[in-house]
Design a protein around this ligand. Structure first.
Ligand code: ASP
Length: 325
């Protein structure tokens, strides 16, 4: 019997509900999630590493303009793209991350370069792109990252005069809810993946364009090891999505690992405490994907929905979901 493996991924959490979605759009998102799942699953099925699987799955989502990462990254206040990404190997607890990358096609692969080819953990701004270029990773001109709906989102956010979480309502608090059939792409977010491979190793990866209209070189939780991304073979692998400032302050991913390590909680219980008892009461909207050392997958979120998918060797039918079950 082959050893067990598991893979879970997300494409962002937030105000996502069926009445804001057309069947065609829903189909596109599901197809994007499934394609990424299959990319990572192929690695695990053939005995490959969790690290390769999460990188492969995230690259697929980064290349899909529907998701707020890589090609579909949101616009900054100045009309640029500043992409953040992180990857962590649960076997060694080695980690690599980039913040503010502008030209590299796949920021998650730049993060892996930081982990494997430098003595550092986090590289920011031109340094991230310079490293990627030096190592021959594909880079792209600014046009590649232009998507009309992201540009329209920036114009709306500029008019509102506020920074906007990609997957939240455009309206300020207290304003009427979004109209039916409002562009569902506004509800998209960060992407990420976690995996356990047949050798028992865990890995996590997260990639994002951050928040529309962000300025002053703002960096969210995604590239911060322990907040948006974490992996440790002894406990779990986690990739988060949500309002980064809250996830940063709550050190979400590491907190879950600590609850398992120091209090002996199950992954499910640790996730419930952090996502529902700690984050939700203070307004920390979002969720995460998680896998533990035994290959148990947990996909908790406190928002209306989260684009998510998973597959395990125990139940090889892919699970793809958007709304609450
Ligand atoms: N967590 C990301 C950030 O704050 C955003 C997201 O998950 O959509 O940059």
């Amino acid at each position: 019997m082959t050893a067990s493996f598991a893979l879970a991924l997300h494409g962002g959490a937030g105000t996502i509900s069926p009445h804001l979605m057309t069947p065609e759009k829903e189909q596109q998102y599901r197809a994007g999630l499934l394609a990424a799942l299959e990319a990572g699953h192929a690695v695990l099925r053939e005995g490959g590493s969790a690290l390769d699987a999460v990188e492969r799955a995230v690259r697929s989502l980064e290349d899909n303009p529907l998701f707020n990462a890589g090609r579909g990254a949101v616009f900054t206040h100045d009309g640029h793209h500043e992409m953040d990404a992180a990857i962590m190997d649960g076997r060694t607890r080695a980690a690599g991350a980039v913040a503010g990358a502008r030209t590299v096609q796949n920021p998650i692969s730049a993060a892996r370069l930081v982990m494997e080819r430098t003595d550092h953990v986090l590289l920011g701004y031109p340094g991230a792109d310079n490293l990627a270029r030096e190592h021959g990773l594909p880079t792209q001109p600014v046009e590649y990252f232009f998507t009309q709906h992201r540009y329209d989102q920036l114009q709306e956010a500029l008019q509102e005069g506020r920074v906007r979480l990609d997957h939240s309502h455009a309206q300020p608090t207290g304003a009427p809810a979004a109209a039916p059939n409002e562009d569902p792409k506004k509800k998209m977010g960060t992407v990420g993946a976690v995996a356990r491979d047949q050798h028992g190793n865990l890995a996590a990866a997260t990639s994002t364009g951050g928040m529309t209209n962000k300025r002053y070189s703002r960096i969210g939780d995604s590239p911060i090891i322990g907040s948006g991304t974490f992996a440790d073979n002894r406990t779990c692998a986690i990739s988060c999505t949500g309002h980064g400032e809250f996830f940063l302050r709550a050190v979400v991913a590491h907190d879950i690992s600590c609850l398992m390590e120091y209090r002996g909680l199950s992954l499910e219980e640790a996730c419930r405490i952090v996502v529902h008892d700690k984050l939700a009461p203070v307004g920390g909207e979002g969720g995460l994907v998680a896998v533990d050392a035994a290959g148990t997958v947990v996909l908790p979120f406190n928002s209306e929905g989260m684009y998510r998918a998973s597959i395990t060797s125990a139940a090889p039918e892919p699970y793809v979901a958007i709304y609450r079950d």
